[in-house]
Design a protein around this ligand. Structure first.
Ligand code: ASP
Length: 419
């Protein structure tokens, strides 16, 4: 099979599965007009998709540990590691603030919530949001078993970095362990690739569920929000990442070409964590050195979410407009800052950003009922923001390569060398 076609085989299968699902979902809507009568059937289709998400969630903590620990252990030079970590902090913060600012501009210019009258479902109970110090402490779990959950991802990153550093500190005796970590991380990535072959079926299930559950609403009242959200997110994607990769010395055309596959996988799976192996393979094709993307991409998948920051600010404005709450300019700065923190704390799983929206809303004092309202459009909004979250990790990896004084590798990557 032609090489390119082979690479896109999975993406095409996912696309067909999803479209077919939407079609069957539409047939359900027409065939069983009552949403209540449809619901028991549709629940089965959602379960088909949920199986996939569960398989993936199962493997996320181990992938985070092994990819990061093996990348850190492979760096013999502590200075390089230090530089990468410092630049990660700087670049990820800057791009996320830019993302959040697009959200602010979009919300103020398009006013998607003005004139839309939505009421939250009666059975909805708002989650209790975390406060400042609580958010900070939530990054540091004390119980190891919590590291194995999506919420413990940040602590898992810290543990993985410490582990990798310690492996290098024991000197030659650590060599075997470093090789072992690399081997296991390659095997885990293969497991994700195997699980991904179930994705077209899962997406079929989600397609049916999405259309049969939200179809009419999404086309109507929420359309304006989604339109504004998609427009601003695409502006961030094309404009900001072109500049970022240009600064890193890579042609934007090459970036967008190589990023196409992980973009679509992230779009359809709605999880930066699931997309991790695909994003790393793309970073490699862009020429980012292994020791750089081995650290920047897995950490980025967990903490760097420009699309989510953008969405959280725009949703907050949307909710304020829906409830006719006036937010002054002083609230705007707070909104951007809270979305920066909120996006870092967001788990790289479907709808993680909407759950964390509770924090952003509470910081600026907006009603938490907004979460229920956003949940209705989340499957669609989440898809694009996840794709952009993942793309941001790779764009930043290109730039970080240059900033730490390394060069992008030129020339094609052999099939063998692909992850
Ligand atoms: N689904 C997103 C991701 O994995 C997180 C979010 O919901 O914003 O990147």
């Amino acid at each position: 099979m032609n090489g390119r076609l082979k690479r896109y085989k999975l993406v095409i299968a996912i696309g067909i599965g999803f479209l077919f699902g939407l079609l069957i979902g539409y047939a359900f809507m027409v065939g069983i007009p009552s949403a209540e009568q449809r619901a028991p059937y549709i629940a089965w289709f959602k379960a088909i998709g949920d199986i996939f998400v569960r398989l993936v969630k199962m493997i996320i903590p181990v992938i985070i540990f092994f990819t990061i620990a093996s990348a850190v252990a492979s760096i013999r030079n502590a200075k390089v590691l230090g530089k990468i970590l410092v630049w990660i902090l700087v670049i990820y913060i800057i791009t996320s603030i830019i993302g959040a600012t697009w959200g602010l501009i979009g919300g103020l210019v398009f006013k998607p919530g003005a004139g839309v009258n939505l009421t939250p479902p009666s059975d909805y109970t708002a989650p209790t949001p975390m406060k400042g110090p609580e958010i900070l402490l939530s990054f540091f779990k004390s119980d190891f078993s919590q590291l194995l959950t999506a919420k413990g991802a940040m602590t898992m990153i810290i543990f993985a970095i410490l582990f990798g550093v310690a492996v290098t500190l024991v000197g030659d005796r650590g060599r075997k362990i470093a090789d072992g970590l690399k081997l296991i991380s390659d095997i885990l990535i293969k497991i994700v690739r195997i699980i991904m072959w179930y994705a077209p079926i899962a997406l079929f299930g989600y397609g049916v569920w999405l259309m049969a559950t939200y179809g009419p609403k999404i086309l109507g009242a929420y359309g304006k929000f989604l339109g504004a959200d998609y427009l601003m997110t695409f502006i961030h994607f094309f404009l900001v990442y072109s500049i970022v990769v240009l600064l890193g010395g890579l042609s934007p055309l090459k970036f967008f070409k190589e990023q196409a596959e992980p973009f679509i996988i992230a779009y359809s799976t709605r999880s930066s964590a699931v997309n991790l192996p695909f994003n790393m393979a793309a970073a490699k094709r862009m020429g980012v050195p292994d020791e750089v993307f081995g650290i920047t991409v897995p950490i980025g998948a967990t903490v760097n979410m420009d699309g989510t920051a953008l969405y959280q600010v725009m949703s907050a404005l949307f909710i304020a407009q829906l409830f006719n709450i006036h937010l002054g300019p002083s609230a705007y700065g707070l909104l951007i800052f809270s979305a920066l923190v909120g996006s870092v704390a967001t788990a790289a799983i479907p709808s993680g950003g909407t759950i964390m929206l509770a924090f952003v809303l509470s910081v600026v004092g907006l009603p938490l009922e907004g979460i229920a309202i956003m949940m209705a459009v989340d499957p669609i909004a989440d898809a694009l923001r996840t794709a952009v979250n993942a793309s941001g990790d790779n764009a930043c990896s290109v730039l970080i390569t240059r900033l730490i004084g390394m060069k992008l590798r030129k020339g094609p990557v052999t099939e063998e060398a692909e992850l």
